[in-house]
Structures are given as C-alpha cells and as structure tokens.
Write a protein that binds this ligand. Structure first.
Ligand code: UDP
Ligand code: MG
Length: 311
C-alpha cells in the first residue's frame, strides 16, 4: 500500500435525518481537506432518513464528482450504515466521522499525517470529555465500558467512531462475517498498530441525538453477547454456589427430620421456591440472549440493503 501525498482518503459519514445542515457540514469538511491538500472522496450513507437528506445528498453528488452517496432501503442503524460506507470506499485509508460534526473535522489532516508518516494503521479519536452529555448518560457509559473491558479485554473507554483506518484494516473488518455489527468493537478486535488522538466532543450543529435510551441498551447487550461468553460462565458459578448452599441446608434438614423435630412451616419453602424460580428464569434469559444472537446470525441476512446510489 502506498502512503504518500497522493493517497486517496475516503471520508465516510452516516446520515440520518440531518437534512437541515448536511450540505454545509460536508462543505466544512471539504474545505478543511482542500486546505490540507488531501486527495479525498466522500462516501455519504443515508440511513433511511425520513426528511429530505437523500435529495440533498444526491444533489451534492450531482454537483461534485468526489461525493458518492448511497441510500439504505430503510433505517438500519448507524453500525450498519458505517459498514455500508466502508464497503463503498476506494481510498488507501478511510476516515469515519459523524455527519453532525461532533467529531472535529479539523483533526482529519492530523490523522492523515500520522498515518502517512508514522507506521500506524489505525488512528483513533478518543473523547477527552463527553461533551454536553448528561451525568446519568456519562455514568452509564462508564459502567458499560468498564464491564466490557472486564469481560472481553477490549478497551473502549472514551472510544468513539471517529477513526482513520488503513485499507488493510478495512479489509480485515469486511472479512468478519457477523451480520449484527458493533463498529467500535470490530475495529478494536482486529488489532493492528494503533495511535490514540484525544479530541473534544463538539455540540451537535443542529437537532438532537438520534440515540434513545432503549437503543443504547440494545447496543450494550449486542456488544456484550458478541464479544464475551462470561455471562454464561457466571451462570455456572451461580449454580455451583447454590449447590453448595443446598448441600448445607439439605444436611441440616435431614438431621432435624431424623431427630424428630418438625419443619418451621411453609415460609422457608415459599422463599426457596421464589428465589430458585427467579434465578432459573434470569439464567434462562441470559442463555436466551445468546440463542437470539445465533438465531439472527444463522439467518444470514445482509447487513444492509442499498436502494439508491449516486456516482
Ligand atoms: N446515525 C445513523 N443512523 C441512525 C442513527 C444515527 O446513521 O440510526 C448517524 C447520525 O446521522 C450521525 C451519527 O450517526 O451522523 C451519530 O448520531 P447521533 O449524533 O444521533 O448520536 P450521538 O452523537 O448522540 O452519539
Ligand atoms: Mg452526534
């Protein structure tokens, strides 16, 4: 792979209902690239927007040869949109950033410089502070990444989707066959030489975050069940613990029985049934989550469907 001033850099931006500002956001990024004399192409992925985003993207592609736009047939979610974007790129390196400009595009020339001049395959932006996110959200994110690091050894604390990936890394990620994807997890799992660059999360240029609490919890569950089997082992530990407890309790009960002392009535029995019943149901639920993953993967449906394409 050649890394020099002429290397083509692909800029991938997922777009979901960003019609109000997407044209000016693309222009902002483009000006930065032009000033840095970077040879670039844009890959804009409309993730089934319900506003006029697609009309604007296809208009941009008509005017500018360096802008390729694709539209997904419906809203597949950011992770799928990013995969679609990667599959469309032709550059020697790919820069992924949010279209709401929360990822500062001013850093792109620095990313590209590090990639060109130092022997690094992945330049990753890490959040030096989590912007205007509220404290609850920040706490939840911290807890989630802590759990994920413990369970999988993959460190995603302060990680973001703002990254530069060498072509080899993109190819490695494309070879991963899973259908339900978690971009950050995949790009961390593949390894390669990496360099972290801290950045401050900007405010959104317009509108509000597209993530709802439910979607974030869904993402958390997907990423844990795809990268860790520790919850399954936890079930075995829990079972062994309860077995040890039941041996003690069983011996005590038998001793009392043979000594002729009768039981203390139903309270103990009811408590035990309730406790064991709920423990079994929770464990079945955990197994069910893994089963669900297998079920979705085995159907082998595509990650995304493209319905429109420009350039
Ligand atoms: N996005 C997307 N599909 C979705 C949700 C979001 O492509 O279903 C895009 C969105 O257009 C933006 C990026 O993903 O470019 C980040 O979304 P958002 O700003 O809503 O998330 P946050 O910055 O709060 O993490
Ligand atoms: Mg955002």
């Amino acid at each position: 792979m050649v890394r020099n001033e002429n290397s083509l850099i692909s800029i991938v931006m997922p777009v979901y209902n960003e019609g109000k500002h997407i044209a000016s956001s693309v222009e902002t990024v483009e000006n930065i690239l032009k000033n840095a004399k970077i040879n670039y192409e844009f890959v804009l992925v409309d993730d089934g927007s319900k506003d006029d985003s697609w009309e604007i993207l296809s208009g941009l592609s008509d005017k500018n040869h360096a802008v390729r736009s694709v539209r997904l047939s419906r809203n597949f979610g950011k992770e799928a949109a990013l995969c679609a974007g990667l599959d469309e790129t032709k550059g020697e390196a790919v820069v992924v950033l949010d279209s709401d400009l929360q990822h500062p595009p001013e850093l792109i020339p620095e990313f590209v410089r590090i990639w060109r001049e130092e022997d690094v395959d992945v330049v990753e932006g890490v959040k030096s502070d989590r912007g205007t996110e509220n404290r609850f959200y920040r706490g939840m994110a911290k807890l989630f990444y802590g759990v994920l690091l413990k369970l999988t050894g993959i460190d995603l604390r302060n990680a973001s989707d703002f990254k530069l990936l060498d072509r080899n890394v993109v190819t490695a990620m494309q070879e991963m066959p899973e259908k339900i994807t978690f971009f950050r997890g995949m790009s961390a799992w593949v390894g390669f030489e990496r360099r972290k660059v801290p950045f401050e999360v900007h405010d959104r240029v317009e509108g509000t975050s597209k993530w709802t609490f439910g979607r974030l919890v869904g993402l958390a569950v997907t990423s844990i069940t795809s990268y860790a089997s520790a919850p399954l082992k936890l079930i075995i530990c829990l079972g062994l613990l309860m077995f040890a407890f039941s041996v003690v309790l069983g011996i005590q009960t038998l001793v009392r029985y043979f000594m002729g002392a009768s039981m203390e009535g139903f309270t103990t029995v009811i408590l035990l049934i309730l406790f064991i019943g709920s423990a079994i149901m929770i464990c079945l639920g955990i197994i069910g989550l893994y089963l669900e993953r297998i079920y979705h993967e085995i159907k082998g449906r595509p990650r995304y469907i493209i319905s429109r394409r420009k350039n």
